[in-house]
Design a protein around this ligand. Structure first.
Ligand SMILES: [Zn+2]
Length: 285
């Protein structure tokens, strides 16, 4: 894993009692300037610690040890308002002493383009007969997100699940048949129906199911709060509980659920923050 940009060392950092000899820079961050909604940042904390916890944007982002340092992926949720936020670190030194630190993260506004899509009317105003199903599925998905693996299952760079180009960016405002709906929380990648869909990284299949809006859907729990949601498949070749390696085929591109044609939809969440999957690829490269 490499740091894309080593920002000038953030002037801060671990406010230590007593000062601790840092191995390398105490904190490096992969973003050089203000962040934008959906961006993923890689923090690298070069101090020897036994444990580390990071909090930002009201979420806890788990850190993991790498070569004697600690790394963490921090995600700026799509809905984050522009402003200045505090990043807090709490760690334990070898020997048991607690240390804490804080720094600020600035988020600037970003204007997302709007897309107008024409879909079957039942996906814009669902008939009464399917409302209970939609509610049940939404509770099931929520339960999956509430029970993710605390251990890191992923390693190395994340990769696109299909080779196709980006056809609809993260964050686009979406208007279905003239009616505004939730913004696009993932990316749409080009792929003909039947194109194999590969796991973007290792993980455990947390859900493999036909859902009303997202069609045949595979949710991969990558561990440490990282999750992939792969939607609109024509076929699924895994089931809940399966453990998959990075690159393993989990299904095929399709056009199931609320779509205008075959493509792969890929959402990524980090501790619940909806982030741009391409940003995750970038920082873990
Ligand atoms: Zn999509």
């Amino acid at each position: 894993m490499r740091l894309r940009i080593l920002a000038p060392l953030l002037p801060l950092l671990l406010l230590m009692h007593p000062p601790v000899p840092a191995s390398g820079q105490p904190l490096a961050i992969s973003a050089a300037g203000p962040l934008t909604p959906g961006e993923v940042v890689l923090l690298r904390i070069g101090t020897r610690l036994d444990s580390l916890e990071i909090r930002a944007f009201g979420r806890s982002f788990p850190a993991f040890p790498v070569d004697g340092a600690w790394n963490a992926l921090v995600g700026v949720d799509l809905g984050t308002k522009p402003g200045t936020y505090t990043l807090r670190l709490e760690g334990t030194l070898p020997g048991g002493e607690k240390i804490t630190g804080a720094d600020t993260l600035t988020v600037r506004g970003k204007s997302f383009p709007t897309r107008h899509l024409k879909v079957e009317p039942k996906y814009v105003t669902p008939p009464a007969a399917v409302l209970a199903r939609i509610e049940r599925e939404s509770a099931e998905v929520e339960a999956v997100f509430g029970a993710l693996s605390p251990a890191r299952l992923w390693s190395g760079p994340f990769a696109k699940p299909v080779p196709g180009a980006l056809i609809s960016e993260f964050g686009k405002r979406t208007v279905y048949n003239g009616q505004p709906r939730k913004p696009h929380t993932g990316v749409d990648l080009r792929g003909a129906a039947g194109t194999p869909v590969a796991a973007p990284n290792a993980g455990r299949v947390a859900l493999a199911q036909d859902l009303y809006y997202s069609g045949l859907t595979v949710i991969l729990d990558h561990g440490l709060g990282a999750c992939s949601y792969l939607a609109h498949l024509s076929e699924m070749s895994v089931q809940a509980g399966d453990v998959v390696k990075k690159g393993e085929i989990v299904g095929k591109v399709g056009a199931t659920g609320r779509v205008t044609g075959p493509h792969l939809h890929w959402t990524v969440t980090l501790s619940g923050a909806r982030v741009d999957p391409l940003s995750l690829i970038d920082v873990t490269r």
